[in-house]
Design a protein around this ligand. Structure first.
Ligand SMILES: [Zn+2]
Length: 487
């Protein structure tokens, strides 16, 4: 068959996936049949990934209907090839194609469970997931038995530019616009600072959200610290972070009470260069920053270095009690939202550490307590959670919050609900409001202060927390109360 021959001819696979020479993205590349020299024709697809967070390294023509696509590996680190994000234009109406993504660096994938790429087009700018029935994930003999994800697509509008991505993109520029729009609101409880710059001189932003009275240097401060996007391809983490921020700056009564009692420090994008470049895991220089917390270098890992310095400094301030550190990630093989925490010698501390995830489980229908775990594997050494867990004392809780790139299962159901952008944002809002439950439970926020401040819908959800006691080990399981409200 023609197809077999052309792929054999083009095959230059090696262990790294056949693209170790790939360092740039395709740039308005028109893919024509081999040997074609005539004028450009409609239907000769033009591929492009030369835009922010774009990623596509190479396209091979297999047939009129089929193309092999190669992910451009992370800059300076060819081991990581997962994130893709590219556009396609110059299509014919009703043109049908199969795209094969042939050089993933992972083998386990949610594609086996129904995950599919996301797509939008000029005339339909809202991202959608492709129907799972059009997506195939399999070991392919043509690519040295590498795992290949193939999807079929039928173009329907000649003038549209179509964009395909691994998951909903959330770019550095989008974050900058969002933060600028927050600043324009002149909220007295929100501060935005430039904590540092990345290697390529992009902003490392720090938000402080709290009642201005809490910033008085004489006052004792309770601090919750949140970071996201140390892994640049994990865009769902940005939507979660967005939801946290949206909720905390809102006029919602829970947000108002939280601002009166807690200082939130948020670094929404720890790896702005990696995000900008369309990397999956690494920084510009090819470092997995989440393995360098122990000794970040000011020139090789400047953003990490700046955040660590701030945390160390806060930890030395006797007026500051750093109570939570949460680093937000996305997971490529698990469903739901869930957390990783650290192991403690004393059981009582371990029990206290389980309280926040349990409360979150009651607020968020997509959060799974059974997937939440506490560990100390060597491979996770150098992560923010592990390192800060060692630095901070046992009154601080350090977690990694993970969310599936694909979907969640709600209690008692077997059909996965694919995450939308709003679904991720909602999880962020639920994380934010869970801090009130936590502080109320620990009597750090006086319930009587809430009277008249909190509406009745809050009261009804708060009753679900009866029976949970911090630290006594007698906590409810994965069950969610009826009528639980989501934010
Ligand atoms: Zn991650």
């Amino acid at each position: 068959m023609m197809e077999e021959n052309s792929r054999e001819h083009l095959d230059t696979d090696n262990e790294a996936g056949g693209e170790d020479a790939l360092v740039g993205n395709v740039n308005k590349l028109m893919v024509t049949p081999p040997g074609y020299t005539g004028p450009p024709k409609k239907g000769y697809i033009i591929f492009d990934a030369c835009f922010e967070s774009g990623n596509l390294g190479r396209v091979d023509y297999i047939s009129e209907f089929e193309f092999d696509l190669f992910i451009r590996p992370d800059t300076c680190n060819p081991r990581f090839r997962v994130w893709f994000n590219f556009t396609v234009e110059n299509v014919r109406e009703t043109q049908r194609v199969i795209f094969n993504i042939v050089n993933f660096s992972k083998t386990k994938s949610l594609y086996r469970d129904g995950m599919s790429p996301v797509v939008k087009s000029t005339s339909r700018p809202k991202w959608q997931r492709l129907p799972a029935k059009n997506v195939y994930y399999y070991r392919c003999p043509d690519h040295r038995r590498n795992y290949v994800m193939s999807f079929a697509f039928c173009f329907d509008r000649e003038d549209d530019v179509y964009q395909f991505a691994y998951c909903y993109p959330y770019t550095y520029s989008r974050l900058q616009h969002y933060l600028a729009s927050l600043e324009r609101r002149n909220l007295d409880y929100l501060q935005r600072e430039q904590l540092g710059l990345s290697v390529q001189q992009r902003r490392l932003d720090l938000l402080t959200i709290t009642n201005p009275a809490c910033l008085n240097p004489e006052r004792e401060k309770r601090v919750v610290f949140l970071t996201a996007r140390v892994h640049p391809g994990e865009s769902p983490a940005s939507f979660i972070c967005h939801g946290v921020i949206d909720f905390l700056v809102s006029q919602h009564p829970i947000a108002q009470v939280l601002r009166d009692h807690v200082t939130f420090k948020i670094v929404p994008m720890l790896n702005p260069d990696g995000v900008y470049l369309g990397n999956y895991r690494c920084s510009l220089m090819g470092f997995d920053l989440n393995r360098h917390w122990q000794d970040p270098s000011p020139w090789a890992h400047p953003t990490l270095h700046a955040v660590k310095q701030l945390i160390v400094q806060m930890n030395q301030d006797p007026k500051v009690s750093l109570e939570f550190y949460i680093d937000v990630h996305a997971h490529s093989t698990m469903m739901n939202g869930f957390m990783y925490g650290n192991v403690f010698e004393e059981e009582e501390i371990g029990q206290r550490q389980a309280v926040f995830p349990r409360l979150l489980c009651q607020n968020a229908p997509d959060f799974s307590l059974s997937s939440t775990s506490f560990n100390r594997d060597v491979v996770k050494a150098g992560t923010g959670r592990r390192f800060l867990g060692g630095l901070l004392d046992d009154t601080s809780y350090c977690y990694t919050l993970e969310v599936s790139f694909y979907s969640y299962l709600t209690a008692g159901s077997t059909s996965p609900v694919p995450y939308t952008e709003d679904g991720y944002i909602r999880l962020g809002r639920n994380v934010a409001r869970t801090f009130l439950d936590y502080y109320k439970l620990n009597n750090l926020i006086d319930e009587s202060k809430l009277t008249g401040h909190i509406n009745s819908s809050f009261d009804s959800s708060s009753t679900s927390h009866q029976g949970i006691k911090a630290g006594n080990g007698k906590v409810k399981g994965d069950r969610k109360p009826h009528g639980v409200r989501d934010y």
